[in-house]
Design a protein around this ligand. Structure first.
Ligand SMILES: Nc1nc2c(c(=O)[nH]1)N[C@H]1C(S)=C(S)[C@@H](COP(=O)(O)OP(=O)(O)OC[C@H]3O[C@@H](n4cnc5c(=O)[nH]c(N)nc54)[C@H](O)[C@@H]3O)O[C@H]1N2
Ligand SMILES: Nc1nc2c(c(=O)[nH]1)N[C@H]1C(S)=C(S)[C@@H](COP(=O)(O)OP(=O)(O)OC[C@H]3O[C@@H](n4cnc5c(=O)[nH]c(N)nc54)[C@H](O)[C@@H]3O)O[C@H]1N2
Ligand code: SF4
Ligand SMILES: [Mo]
Length: 713
């Protein structure tokens, strides 16, 4: 903290609201926030920030934010003491556990858990004591395919290669929109500037997306692709690349195995066959393959659009192969592994992952890393029998709006025997809880980006101290986990684990990590050192690290895991050039710069501007359906329907429609007044929870078949 002499002080920290980790400067008077802006001295973000950072003040001051535990009786809530809340939770869980077995208690961890390091270090003890197989999280609505591919190919779920954005000359981006999302699995403050820089240095950014997105608009090229058909496009690209490189000699081929199996598997997937399926011309596919091969520094990257669809795992595997066979893996300007100061791969306690050790009870979906796919949550609550979920714990999550088939999930949640939520809002999901345990807000605790430093385009480290002390009697998320763990251990008559605090754990990890004195590193990182660098520490660009960094037993890259090879057949079975069912459109999602999934809709400064829930519709489809701009329509799927107004635009591919997610705040009984008045509609009232990528179990939230009907007044 710096003082400027007239009792105003400056506080420096990383914004935790998205993956970009921008450094911000908060001016305050010890009680109130006066202003928030980008920290120009931040070594990584150099002053960049977005309008979302400003709502940190609004969240801190929000009267709707819960400060004390609340208990529900009927439709009413009343405050209770922490002791009563924690004891009740543990009593109820213990009794469900003894009546129904450990699987009788489910848990669901939402996205903000990963933006809160105390939740990451301290959830394990309590959740572990429950010993339930019914653990779920937002991972399987999102990046599960990346983890599965990292685990199968490189031996560790956190070995996810990161595009070297600042040095590449050819960036092939498939199904990602970093100009709106600020980047994902690629921590990069100021995505727009960094991506524009590729073109400025004579390189290319090619975006493949069914929508001409904000990112497509700053790209050198954009190509529409029919949603859900990316596997075909990637197979065709690889096929051309293999055809033109008869020998498999690359920078990593010495430690690659089964490359020939991969080569054989893609044979026959020509661009000409891909054309009628993907909607991309064969000539374009051949040219992209050619340019990819002949550019020295090139990288292929795929995000939500290719992960969260029917072929999520297959697409992510093919993307790895493209980088490998063109000599772009583990090379500056290509895709590289990070070496984070808190080492999530080689560090103490790091778990490589495991897959399909057990399956969900009803649909037999495979576990990954100890979690079952969220697709199984509804049926595991609703289907009677041994192992049925009777009690549920949720943390920082709103699956009623963010998981597929929110309406059915509401039905499931309302039938639970007991539910508890770790959250500071009564949202569309936590309103079903019997008890809500509200933690302190981020500005009242310290912060370190364990996950996002490990996924950043440069190696970087920054520690953010608390801005304000927590109010008396309040608990941080990690303290709530600790208290629950202690009490549950006593009930179960087992030893409670004596965990250090998150900052002590962080210090230990830094002092035993790759930049420690112990590792002979000149920076000799420790928490103390980070505290002396409030603007962060740049640890340099990503460096080649193979084969050392590989976590496979034989230190080889597994180029052709059976799991993915066997899935190629499904591409032919499911994706054929046959015309889509007449009248059916494919629904995809979109993110807006001002959103963060479901939870930033209670702050007026982010609600300004146009209606964000409009359905994007192509003019030719609009003509066919006799729908005019701004008319009201109903979007109908096999799951349900929602009504909204239409925006006719050539920015969306013909045959495709587009909606955002995370809205639908009209549901009764929530505690976010402003959001309630700006309700919007929930895209996940039409997505189908039973639709998954059968390989990974990941949800399908893109390329959902819908019909669009005009609502006659
Ligand atoms: N149709 C469609 N659906 C999607 C997506 C899509 O693209 N399309 N995207 C999916 C993706 S990628 C994700 S990650 C999910 C995200 O969806 P969720 O995992 O449900 O996450 P959020 O909606 O961001 O946050 C939910 C809650 O976290 C609480 N929270 C915030 N910070 C903290 C904290 O520090 N501690 C605690 N205890 N609580 C906190 C907020 O109060 C809020 O109530 O949505 C998915 N849903
Ligand atoms: N402003 C904002 N930022 C966010 C979030 C937010 O809600 N709002 N959420 C955060 C989270 S949790 C995540 S996971 C990241 C996600 O980060 P991104 O993946 O960069 O974000 P999306 O906007 O979901 O981008 C997915 C793109 O895929 C396209 N797409 C849809 N279907 C297909 C398909 O079948 N094929 C192809 N090729 N493309 C397709 C969509 O049109 C969209 O442009 O963003 C994070 N940042
Ligand atoms: S881009 Fe993300 S990290 Fe940066 S200020 Fe905006 S919300 Fe915060
Ligand atoms: Mo996500």
């Amino acid at each position: 903290m710096e003082s400027n002499g007239n009792s105003l002080e400056k506080h420096y920290r990383a914004c935790h609201l998205c993956e970009a980790t921008c450094g911000i400067e908060i001016t305050h008077n010890k009680k109130e926030i006066i202003s928030i802006k980008g920290d120009k001295k931040d070594t990584f973000s150099q002053g960049h920030y977005c309008p979302k950072a400003l709502v940190l003040k609004d969240i801190y001051n929000d009267p709707d934010r819960l400060r004390k535990p609340i208990k529900r009786s009927g439709q009413n809530w009343h405050e209770i003491s922490w002791d009563e809340a924690l004891d009740t939770v543990v009593d109820r869980f213990a009794s469900i556990r003894s009546n129904h077995g450990p699987d009788g208690i489910g848990s669901y961890l939402g996205n903000p858990c990963v933006h809160n390091y105390g939740m990451m270090t301290h959830a394990g003890h309590f959740l572990g004591l429950l010993k339930s197989k019914n653990r779920f999280s937002a991972t399987s609505l999102d990046q599960l395919p990346h983890h599965l591919v990292g685990y199968k190919m490189y031996g560790h779920q956190m070995l996810i290669p990161i595009p070297d954005v600042d040095r590449t000359d050819f960036f092939l981006m498939i199904g990602g929109n970093p100009v709106a999302s600020n980047g994902s699995l690629m921590t990069l403050p100021n995505a727009k500037k960094r991506l524009k820089a590729i073109g400025k240095r004579g390189g290319k950014l090619i975006v493949i997306d069914p929508r001409k997105t904000e990112t497509a608009k700053i790209a050198t090229e954009h190509h529409f692709i029919r949603p859900g058909t990316d596997a075909w496009f990637l197979l065709a690209l690889l096929n051309v690349i293999f055809e033109n490189s008869p020998s498999f000699s690359t920078n990593v081929s010495e430690y690659c195995k089964d490359q020939d199996k991969a080569r054989t598997a893609v044979r026959g997937f020509t661009p000409e066959k891909a054309e009628p399926i993907t909607g991309m011309s064969a000539g374009t596919i051949r040219r992209i393959a050619d340019e990819f091969m002949t550019t020295e520094k090139a990288v292929c990257y795929g995000r939500m659009g290719v992960s969260v669809q029917r072929f999520g795992a297959l697409c992510q595997w093919l993307i790895q192969l493209i980088n490998i066979v063109t000599s772009n893996l583990d090379k500056p300007g290509g895709a590289l592994f990070t070496l984070p100061a808190f080492d999530t791969v080689g560090g103490f306690g790091s778990k490589p992952g495991h897959f399909a050790r057990w399956h969900s009870r009803v649909s037999q979906l495979p576990e990954f890393g100890g979690e079952l796919p969220t697709a199984a949550l509804i049926e595991e609550i609703l289907t009677e029998g041994e192992g049925q979920i009777k009690g549920l714990f949720t943390a920082a999550a709103n699956p009623v709006l963010t998981a597929a088939n929110g309406t059915k999930l509401e039905e499931a949640l309302s039938g639970l025997d007991f539910m508890v939520s770790l959250d500071f809002y009564i949202n569309e999901t936590t309103r079903f809880a019997d008890i809500i345990l509200p933690p302190t807000f981020t500005l009242e605790h310290d912060h370190y980006d364990i996950a996002f430093n490990a996924l950043a385009i440069r190696n970087t480290a920054k520690y953010s101290p608390p801005l304000f002390p927590k109010t008396e009697g309040a608990y941080h998320d990690w303290e709530i986990y600790t208290e629950l763990g202690k009490r549950l251990a006593a009930k179960l008559e087992v030893q409670p684990r004596q965990d250090a605090s998150p900052d002590q754990m962080l210090d230990f990890m830094l002092q035993s990590g790759p930049y420690s004195a112990q590792a002979g590193h000149e920076q000799a990182l420790s928490l103390g050192v980070l505290k002396k660098h409030p603007h962060g520490l740049d640890l340099g660009p990503l460096k080649p690290s193979l084969p050392d960094r590989l976590a496979t037993g034989d230190k080889k890259i597994n180029c052709a895991p059976e799991l993915f090879l066997n899935d190629i057949a499904r591409v032919v079975e499911e994706l054929s050039p046959k015309a889509t069912e007449s009248g059916t459109l494919l629904l995809i999602g979109r993110r807006h710069l001002f959103d963060a999934n479901s939870w930033l809709h209670n702050y007026p400064r982010l609600l300004k501007g146009k209606d964000r829930c409009k359905l994007l519709l192509h003019p030719i489809d609009a003509d066919r359906l006799h729908i005019r701009d701004n008319e009201k329509v109903r979007i109908v799927s096999g799951t349900g329907s929602v009504a909204t107004t239409v925006s006719i635009t050539e920015d969306i591919m013909q045959g495709v429609v587009c909606l955002p997610h995370g809205w639908g705040h009209h549901r009764p009984g929530t505690g976010q007044k402003v959001a309630g008045q700006n309700a919007g509609i929930s895209m996940n009232d039409v997505t189908d929870h039973l639709q998954v990528d059968p390989v990974s179990g990941n949800a399908v939230l893109n390329a959902v078949s819908v019909k669009v009907e005009k609502i006659r007044q």
